[in-house]
Each structure stands twice: as C-alpha cells, then as structure tokens.
Design a binder for this molecule. Sequence first.
Ligand SMILES: NC(=O)c1ccc[n+]([C@@H]2O[C@H](COP(=O)([O-])OP(=O)(O)OC[C@H]3O[C@@H](n4cnc5c(N)ncnc54)[C@H](OP(=O)(O)O)[C@@H]3O)[C@@H](O)[C@H]2O)c1
Length: 298
Amino acid sequence: MSETNIAPGATFDRPILVTGATGTVGSRLVPRLLAQGEAVRALVRDPESDTAVRLRQAGAELAVGDLATLDAVGLKEIVAGTGAIVHLAAAFRKGETRQESTAVNTDASVALARAALDAGVTRYVFASTNLVYGAGHTAPATEESPLLPLGWPTPYPGSKAAAEQALQQLDGLDLRVVRLAFIYGDGDPHIEQFMTRPIDWHPSRRLQMVHHADVAQGLLLALRAEGVGGEVFNIADDSAVTLAEIYAYMGSEVTPEMREREVTDPWFGIVDNAKARRMLGYRPLYPTMRQALDADAM
Ligand SMILES: NC(=O)c1ccc[n+]([C@@H]2O[C@H](COP(=O)([O-])OP(=O)(O)OC[C@H]3O[C@@H](n4cnc5c(N)ncnc54)[C@H](OP(=O)(O)O)[C@@H]3O)[C@@H](O)[C@H]2O)c1
C-alpha cells in the first residue's frame, strides 16, 4: 500500500524515542518511521524478543528498560540524545488493577516527560484513547468534550485521562496528545479478539476504529507539526461501523440473542476527527473498515 499522504523526509536530526515499540502499534509504527527517513530509538523490555530483534534488524537502535521500575537517572539515559518522544507504552490488556494502571499509564508517563525535560527533549507525543470521553455525550466527542470522571469503573481510561492532565501541567513540554480509536488492520487480530470478548453490545452499537496506517499518519503528523504544543487530537477514521456490520464483514452471524440485547448509549466511543483534519491535514487512508477490506489491508 502506498502511504502517499505523509511526505517522506526526516524532520528530526536526532533519533525519535518510541516507547512500547514491541507493542501492536509500536511494531508497525517503527518501520514506518524508518521508511520516512527518521532514526528511531526503540524502548524494549526484552531485547531478545522476536519483535525487538526485528526492529533492530530493520534499523532501530534498541534501549532496554521497564518504565515501571526505571528511576529518574535511568529514564534520562534512555531519553538523552533523542529529538522527540512518541510514548506508546501502556498497560491495559491484562485486566490491570487501578494501581498498576496508574503506575504505568499515568506515573511513568509523567516521569518520562520530566526526564525528557531534564535531558533537554521537549517534543512529546502521548498516545491516549477515545475511551477518555466516557459515556453520556449527545454527539461525536470533540477534543473539547468533557472527559469521564477519573474514578470511572475500568481503570485504563481514567489512568490515561489523568496522565493527559498531569502532562499538560509540565512547563516547557511541547506536548501533543493523540486520542486513538479502536485500532485494526495490518494483520492485527484486534477485531477477532474483540469479537470473542464477553461483550453485551446490541448489533446496532457502533465501534469507532482507525487503521494502523492512519494511526501512524496521525502520530507522525502530530509529531512533526509546528506550533501545536498542548493540543489534543482525535485520531479516528471517518465513520464508525455497527457491530452487525463488523460481524458481516468478518463472515460471522449476529445471533437472535444479540438482537435481544439492550440498546445503550449510541455515542459511546464515537469521536470527531475534524480538528486533526483542520490542524494537521490528517486524511484517513482507510476512512472506513469497508475500504480497508476492499484494499485487502486487514
Ligand atoms: N490498540 C488499540 O486499539 C488502542 C486504542 C486506543 C489507544 N491505544 C493506545 O496506543 C498505545 C499502544 O497500544 P498497543 O495496542 O500497541 O498496546 P500493546 O500492544 O499492549 O503494547 C504495549 C507496549 O507497551 C510496552 N510496555 C507495557 N508496560 C511497559 C513498561 N512497564 N515498561 C516499558 N514498556 C512497557 C509493552 O512492552 P512488552 O512488549 O515488553 O510487553 C508493549 O511494547 C497505548 O498507549 C494504548 O493506550 C491503543
């Protein structure tokens, strides 16, 4: 697939530190950054893992460390000499407790930013989530919409919202917050995993998604843009799909039991990407899941 809407040509004369580089997003973002001509320092916990080895072979420099245990000196060593940070590392897939979520998603994100400032690195892209908007909206959420209460029952969105708020307080940080929708495509089994989760969604409920190519586009645009310090951007595709459509696209049947389910908040997780379009020039390569299917980019 040609990713024509991001102009190649390195912007930074020093490497970009990517945390969470071995994750679902990071492992797909790093090769794209390298293809754009950027140098990458990838933070990994296990340099012998298959993904870490692949990243190194692709041209990334590896830095090794666990954000939950690194102290300020260790963090500064990892950041020193880089030109910017894309902070993707997060704990949210294993039913983490509130304490674990706070430690990695909030406290470590802030500690990393403080270490960056200490090392003279100011540009910091923080990967957040559309789940920070919570429920009760009456239209697609914009970046100005109210966020969920920090005591929200599941700890992950609250830990991201708390991180956003704490990062916004750090003087001198050239912060860009990117709120990502549900990510799919590029061989990511996320949709299949989602369909096997014990969810209670009515088939009419919609899921706002974003393809990995557009996640990379959004992160890169936010990373490179000048004069957008402190700004928040929703990075999502143009049109959410219903659970019924997802089932149909994936060749599965919606069962009669699913049709009996309660119809809940129609705006949960639905976001407006207009600000990213206007300020960053973001244009989804895959405006809908249907287009990713047609392009064989699943
Ligand atoms: N996937 C989505 O649909 C989605 C949607 C909205 C927002 N996001 C956000 O996008 C970012 C990337 O998500 P993802 O799907 O790529 O997540 P992922 O697949 O779960 O990967 C998480 C990454 O973070 C690393 N990590 C976790 N704890 C760490 C620690 N204590 N120290 C250092 N590294 C640590 C993991 O390292 P190991 O490989 O060593 O475990 C892994 O590389 C996250 O911030 C997430 O909140 C994702």
